[in-house]
Write a protein that binds this ligand. Structure first.
Ligand SMILES: Nc1ncnc2c1ncn2[C@@H]1O[C@H](COP(=O)(O)OP(=O)(O)OP(=O)(O)O)[C@@H](O)[C@H]1O
Length: 840
């Protein structure tokens, strides 16, 4: 790698103190009102004690005439409201309050959540020529081999100075740096030498980029995460190295040019680029691209754990050209916190991180892009995950290029606010140092001691990269002055430690499993068919296969096994090794019959595995795509998605209901209606039957009662008749006459006698008075027509007989003697057994 010349250091002016004050840009002046947001009046700075870094004349010339970075080449069509990049980074004599950026109201339409990634792909055809022109070294690009780098690339950049250097930089080609002996405290020993990957001097940024950043940018384009950061004391040249200025663009603008150059020379792939820009100020992460008002309300949070740390909410803007990058950088710069310190007129008061997420996939057939697998559900992006979809068997490669300008370590200052900021800066840098030291120790001694990533936002954010997930390049910037020897030594020690950190970055690829599986399945089917054909050609049972046949079948079988394993592997979540075993090995020396049997069992095995695949697919689909500690917003989003799925399922169910459910129900209703009528009819008939039966029972009861009464009457009558017979037997002979029933019945006889003579009034009166109460009467209506037998008996007596009988009855002198009717007791009563209703 080239190292820069030290020529500039040879042109040092006499060591006069020089403050590398940069002039305020026109915009800075215009928005001089910015000064009003400073808590410290600009003129008060003049009274502050200054120990600014001494610069070489070259550096001083540049710093006095140049505007401040970011120094991208001017791009036609850049919005005219800003007059230059410097304008985007106004001088801030004191820490500006957020919300006062001239870009505060900018709401970018390039926000990744607003654009369709498929519509914003960049490929070799649409990279603008201007985006790759200039000093991008195409030959070098091609020569750069990202290789397999498991160590951090550590380079030292020594800032030019007007003062005589305290460091021996004459031997930069040896990539060694050591303190000049005269400045070494322990005069008895020689000063320690530090070895690094590069020792860079001078003000040229191009060789610096080529030496420390290009390979990492290429690695990022190739699918590896890459981190490039500058570390060093304040005013040592970190920002100059990362951002540069118009004349000497730094790593960021050069890297972005290389990104487009890489795309242009890669016709087989298409890319989606999205940028974010953030800063960590006083241990709070601010999104430099979001409107400041929103970031103040909602600072960026570090979420996830371990290697899965991601930032949210963080605005990401899709860029398709260098012009887009230019705008994003300018906006971010406008929002950065810089301030004048005792050492640096425009000191970065925060760690700033510019990130480019690079997603790429093979270009679709015919060179087109876009969604080519209709029907495949477009899955929502996972937090920190890719935006591009893996389509049609094309996997998506995702990598992140992080370019970090750390705030510089510094001593206590005369300003309270600066001192507070400095405390935060130093603490986080100290934590970074501890983390690196632990990692280095773990790597060199094969230990796994706890690494305190969580002690600062910076280390937590860098955790995935520092734990080996990224290619890392560190540029340690030092101020060569004697006054800064302590800080420079500390920086060199840090750089030396980080060199020991072990890396094992891997490409991140999201495979289009659906398409891949489909391809495997089709191939398996094809092979099975071919195997079956071969088997059909297979000869009569017992013949041994030729060596060729045997080999062909063996090949087919092994391919089937291989594909089956591939399917299972791609289905196995997290690369779990515990997948079902491959089909049993087949001995091709077996007879065709035995082979047939083997084939049969292999087929069964395949069927079982196909079922397993289906169930694994179902499990995979059912798996929530969020880790348990995912942020609430992501959980809400998932809930919303699931609600949407439920709604869709409801629609499906409704469709089912309309197409199948409703007709079936209609049939059921018809059947029910028909049968319910029948049932009702039956019920009515049964009720009628029951009522009829009850009526019958009642009639029967009546009948029974009537029979009973008739029987009673018959018995009473029989008793009366027999009594009467006995009475007539005791009557005096001449007058006694046996009464015979009159032909025509008693009633007719009665009626006839009624007509012939009237009965004695008194007797009749008695009888008539009592006849209605006669027990013989069943029906009162019949009284007149059907006289009782008693009446008939009366009727059968002559007047004298009647009298006698009556008298006898009245007096009881019937001659019944002892067993006859007693005096005062009616003989009729006696005859009738004392029935109460008998006439007395
Ligand atoms: N290699 C260099 N060549 C010429 N000028 C340089 C070089 N390095 C730094 N400078 C100048 O020195 C000054 C301080 O540099 P810079 O702002 O990059 O320091 P820094 O390390 O970023 O400081 P801080 O940590 O305070 O932000 C600037 O004016 C810059 O232009």
């Amino acid at each position: 790698m080239a190292s820069t010349s030290t020529s500039t250091t040879g042109k040092l002016l006499k060591p006069t103190h020089f403050t590398p004050k940069r002039p305020l840009s026109s915009l800075s002046s215009r928005i001089g009102s910015d000064a009003s947001r400073s808590s410290t009046p600009v003129n008060s700075l003049s009274s502050a004690k200054k120990f600014k870094a001494l610069l070489s004349s070259e550096a001083r010339t540049r710093s006095t005439v140049k505007t401040k970075p970011p120094a991208l080449d001017s791009v036609p069509g850049t919005p005219t409201k800003k007059t230059g990049l410097d304008a985007a980074r106004p001088k801030t004599p004191n820490t500006p309050k957020r919300g006062e950026s001239p870009f505060a109201d900018d709401r970018s339409e390039r926000d990744v959540s607003r654009v369709d990634p498929e519509e914003n792909l960049v490929d070799f055809q649409n990279v603008e020529a201007g985006d790759v022109s200039g000093d991008v070294d195409e030959a070098m690009l091609r020569a750069t081999d990202p290789g397999t780098q498991d160590k951090v690339l550590v380079s030292i950049r020594i800032r030019p100075s007007e003062a005589p250097p305290a460091w021996d930089t004459a031997n930069t080609l040896n990539k060694t740096i050591k303190l000049l002996p005269q400045h070494h405290r322990n005069s008895g020993t020689s000063p320690p030498e530090f070895h690094f990957d590069e020792i860079l001097t001078g003000s040229e940024n191009k060789p610096v980029y080529n030496a420390v950043a290009r390979s990492h940018v290429c690695a990022a384009m190739d699918g590896f995460n890459a981190v490039i950061f500058a570390y060093g004391q304040t005013a040592s040249g970190k920002t100059f190295t990362l951002s540069g200025d118009d004349e000497q663009p730094g790593i960021i603008p050069r890297a972005m040019k290389d990104v487009f150059a890489y795309i242009r020379r890669t016709p087989t792939r298409e890319y989606l680029l999205r940028c974010s820009y953030l800063e960590i100020y006083n241990e709070t992460i601010h999104d430099l691209l979001a409107p400041p008002s929103s970031t103040a309300a909602q600072p960026v949070q570090l979420q996830g754990t371990g290697a899965n740390v991601f930032l949210s909410p963080l605005r990401e803007e899709v860029v398709t050209s260098l012009k887009g990058v230019h705008e994003v950088l300018a906006r971010g710069w406008g929002n950065r916190r810089t301030a004048s310190t005792d050492w640096n007129e425009r000191s970065s008061r925060s760690h700033s991180v510019f990130r480019v997420v690079i997603e790429s996939r093979e270009r679709g057939e015919g060179g087109g892009s876009g969604r080519q697998t209709p029907g495949l559900g477009v899955r929502p992006p996972t937090p920190g995950g890719p935006r591009l979809q893996a389509l049609g068997g094309r996997s998506v490669q995702t990598s992140v290029l992080s370019l970090i300008d750390l705030a510089g370590s510094e001593k206590a200052t005369s300003d309270k606010v600066r001192t507070r900021e400095g405390k935060y800066i130093n603490t986080s840098l100290l934590t970074l140092g501890t983390v690196i030291a632990t990692l280095a120790e773990n790597a060199s001694k094969n230990k796994s001691d706890h690494v305190p990533y969580r002690n600062s936002k910076l280390t937590r954010m860098l955790q995935p990269s520092l734990s080996g997930d990224a290619r890392i390049s560190v540029i340690a910037t030092i101020n060569p002055d004697l006054s800064a020897v302590a800080e420079s030594t500390s920086t060199l020690l840090f750089a030396q430690r980080i060199k020991k950190v072990q890396l094992s970055a891997k490409k991140k690829e999201v495979v289009d499993t659906d398409a891949l599986l489909e391809r495997y399945r089709q191939e398996i089917e094809e092979l099975k068919k071919r195997l079956a054909e071969k088997e059909a050609d297979a000869p009569v049972k017992g013949r041994r296969l030729s060596a060729r046949e045997s080999k062909a079948m063996k090949d087919l079988n092994s391919r089937i096994r291989q594909l089956t394993n591939l399917i299972l592997t791609s289905q196995t979540v997290g690369g779990d090794e515990s997948r079902p075993s491959s089909p049993a090995k087949i001995d091709f020396d077996m007879s065709p019959y035995q082979l047939q049997q083997e084939l049969l069992s292999a087929r069964r095995e395949l069927d079982t595995q196909a079922t397993q695949i289906l169930s694994l697919e179902a499990t995979l689909l059912a798996r929530p795509s969020l880790p348990p500690d995912a942020p609430e917003s992501d959980k809400d989003r998932l809930v919303a998605e699931q609600a949407r799925t439920i709604r869709e399922l409801e629609i499906v169910v409704r469709g089912y209901e309309e197409n199948l459910g409703a007709p079936l129900r209609a049939v059921r209703e018809d059947v029910e209606r028909e049968w319910s009528e029948k049932v009702e009819k039956e019920v009515r008939r049964r009720e009628e039957g029951e009522a009829w039966a009850a009526e019958l029972v009642r009639e029967l009861e009546k009948e029974k009662k009537a029979r009973t009464r008739l029987e009673e009457e018959r018995q009473a009558l029989a008793a009366f008749v027999s009594r009467f017979d006995s009475l007539t037997a005791i009557l005096p002979a001449p007058s006694a006459r046996i009464l015979h029933p009159t032909p025509g019945g008693a009633a007719a006889a009665f009626a006839g006698r009624q007509r012939q003579r009237a009965p004695p009034a008194t007797t009749l009166a008695v009888v008539e008075e009592k006849e209605t109460d006669s027990p013989m009467r069943l029906d009162i209506g019949k009284v007149k027509t059907e006289p009782s037998l008693l009446e008939e008996m009366w009727d059968g007596l002559d007047a004298e007989d009647s009298f006698e009988v009556i008298e006898m009855l009245k007096t009881g002198t019937s001659g019944l003697g002892k067993g006859g009717v007693k005096r005062g007791e009616s003989p009729v009563r006696e005859v009738l057994g004392g029935k109460e209703n008998l006439p007395v």
